[in-house]
Design a protein around this ligand. Structure first.
Ligand code: F6R
Length: 609
């Protein structure tokens, strides 16, 4: 949460570069935004910052004609201190010799602030981050690295920091602990950023800093030091993502662009992870895991990624017949999971930075599990800490509501299931081939939904004023219901609850009255009649029913609205149903005139517990 960027280079247009980077990082938080740069003529640091979305800052800077070739920027998701101009980053020290941006939490900030107040330092904000700027200024001895080391020895918590000092108008300092930070290597220019999307316009050559690292970044030099202040070399990697992927490319919102990228991602996943013989190419990613020795699998994740885990659990159980558990990452460690060296623990995370998932990963590792990350971001913390990693191939996901990450994660879990099943001889060839062919069918049927999206838009127009509702399903459709409900909640502020359809009558049906929305999902033929009965129960009490079903489920006999999807194999039809629900949430949000890509209170990368 919070996005940071820094630049040192030959361009004098630092503000434009920082604003461009912040526009790509805004999904990390949008309570306020700000930039700091060194006015080289006066040798003074200048800060410009504004509460609210980045556009407020852009408008504020419009006529300022700033020229500088070094600067730092920040987009905030507020933790300490309400979103106001003064609590926005960057923060100055009292003397204004230092400015910094911070992503993370300084846990002992109150203690440090008390000491600084006792020394007569005046504070300007309520944030934990300002304490670091003030402390830096107090301990500063003319040597940037030594001063930073002194500061970091005092600070407890998590941080990605970028710092500038008026004495060094060409140098930018940065440091990382438990919050993501990368260095981008350009020509006559170098960058620091929370993630690669911020700098893709300028470079794809990236160094991923490790925890404890700090660095001095200048336009033609990058020096990295470890936590003992010893200079170290870190490998430079080329990221495959490109600038266009992180741009809207003519779409009105990132969310719809990302929904519609899904067929392409399915194809890419097949192209990269299977060969012509339809073998799954996970040998390298899963090296060192002996599946014959695994007798239990945990899947751990948060939010949408957790729901993909539930789908994955369903696949794995269906073909492997061993114990599979899925848990929410913020609960996992407290549920006292029974883990040993025969346990495989899988951590699903688009960003690869979600703190709860990361802490669960560390916990499982300590208990002796084999750990596998499924992540979308090259070099993310979770991908590096896990024993093994399979990358999803979704490309940068910018919309806060996750869509394409969901399907790419489900697909990887599906392939993983087939891979393990074939390694263990638990699947016959005909079934294996059918499952792989279903992936091709999935792509075609996704395209079909995309071309029929206007029907879903019409349904959205009818439900846009709903205040609350239920999403119902049975079996794997109940997992679909959970994801559909989450999408509706997060971008529409409509309270919906997902329930197993048969469970409703055990209490929650008391909430059904005239006009309450019920989205009922039916993709499993063996359960079709039962769900029809459940729909009749709610219809009899006045519910407005949107039926989402495959053909031949007779949903049109009971639904006020019907969204039809094509059958795509028993395991993948539910994934298709989720795409329809992504559209339903999307168009409802458009109809309500809400900020689809940046829903209130949320940030995409949740790096606090
Ligand atoms: C919902 C959404 C979140 C994330 C969750 C985990 O649309 O995006 O629920 O799925 O915060 O994030 P990652 O996958 O980055 O660990």
């Amino acid at each position: 949460m919070c996005g940071i960027i820094g630049y040192s280079g030959s361009s004098e247009e630092v503000v434009d570069i920082l604003l461009e980077g912040l526009s790509k990082l805004e999904y990390r938080g949008y309570d306020s935004a700000g930039v700091a740069f060194i006015d080289k003529k006066k040798n003074k640091i200048q800060i410009e910052k504004k509460e609210g979305k980045l556009n407020n800052l852009v408008m504020h800077l419009e006529d300022k004609k700033i020229k500088s070739s070094i600067g730092i920027g920040h987009t905030r998701w507020a933790t300490h201190g309400v979103p106001t101009d003064k609590n926005s980053h960057p923060h100055y020290s009292e003397k204004r010799d230092v400015a910094l941006v911070h992503n993370g939490i300084v846990e002992n900030y109150a203690e440090l602030k008390k000491d600084l107040l006792a020394k007569g330092i005046n504070f300007n904000s309520d944030t934990d981050s300002e304490v670091v700027a003030q402390l830096f200024s107090v301990v500063y001895n003319g040597d940037l690295l030594e001063s930073l080391d002194k500061v970091l020895k005092e600070v407890r918590g998590t941080y990605a920091l970028a710092i500038i000092h008026e004495d060094f108008p060409d140098k930018m300092l940065c440091a990382k602990k438990h919050s993501p930070l990368i260095i981008g290597i350009g020509e006559d220019q170098n960058f620091v950023a929370s993630d690669v999307s911020a700098i893709l316009k300028y470079t794809r050559d990236v160094i991923f800093l490790e925890d404890g690292d700090r660095a001095i970044v200048e336009k033609n030099s990058v020096k990295i030091y470890n936590s003992k202040n010893k200079e170290v070399k870190r490998e430079m990697k080329k990221v495959e993502w490109n600038y266009e992927q992180a741009s809207k490319g003519g779409y009105e919102h990132f969310m719809i662009k990302e929904i519609e990228e899904q067929p392409e991602i399915v194809q890419k996943t097949l192209d990269i992870y299977t060969n012509e013989e339809k073998d799954i190419k996970f040998d390298e990613q899963l090296e060192g895991i002996n599946f014959h020795n695994i007798n239990k699998i945990y899947i751990v994740a948060c939010g949408t990624a957790y729901y993909t885990g539930l789908q994955g659990q369903y696949f794995l159980k269906e073909v492997l017949g061993i114990d599979i558990f899925t848990d929410i990452a913020s609960e996992f460690r407290y549920n006292e999971p029974i883990i040993d060296d025969k346990t495989l623990a899988i951590f699903v995370s688009q960003s690869g930075e979600t703190l709860d998932t990361l802490l669960s990963l560390k916990y499982a590792k300590e208990k002796g599990a084999k750990t596998l990350a499924i992540s979308n971001v090259l070099g993310s913390t979770i991908s590096r800490i896990a024993d093994n990693c399979i990358y999803t191939l979704a490309g940068p996901e910018i919309s806060v509501a996750s869509t394409k990450a969901y399907s790419s994660q489900v697909l990887v879990l599906y392939l993983l299931t087939l891979y393990i099943a074939s390694k263990l001889g638990k699947i016959n060839e005909a079934k294996y081939i059918k499952y792989i062919e279903d992936i091709e069918l999935l792509k075609n049927n996704m395209e079909e939904i995309i071309s029929n999206k206007n029907n879903i838009h019409e349904v959205a127009k009818k439900i846009k004023n709903t205040r609350n509702g239920f999403y119902l399903g049975r079996g794997i459709d109940e997992k679909v219901a959970r994801e559909g409900s989450l999408k509706m909640k997060e971008i529409n502020y409509i309270h919906t609850e997902a329930l197993p359809a048969g469970e409703l009558k055990h209490g929650s049906i008391a909430l059904i009255e005239e006009g309450v929305l019920v989205v009922a999902i039916s993709t499993i033929p063996s359960m079709a009649e039962k769900i029809l009965s459940n729909i009749k129960e709610v219809k009899a009490r006045g519910a407005y029913v949107v039926g989402l079903a495959t053909k031949d489920m007779n949903i049109e006999t009971v639904g006020d609205e019907v969204i039809e999807i094509s059958e795509t194999g028993e395991l993948l039809t539910p994934l298709l149903a989720v795409i329809a629900l992504q559209y339903l949430a999307y168009y409802t949000s458009v109809e309500k005139g809400l900020d689809v890509d940046k829903p209130r209170n949320l940030a995409k990368s949740v790096t606090v517990e």
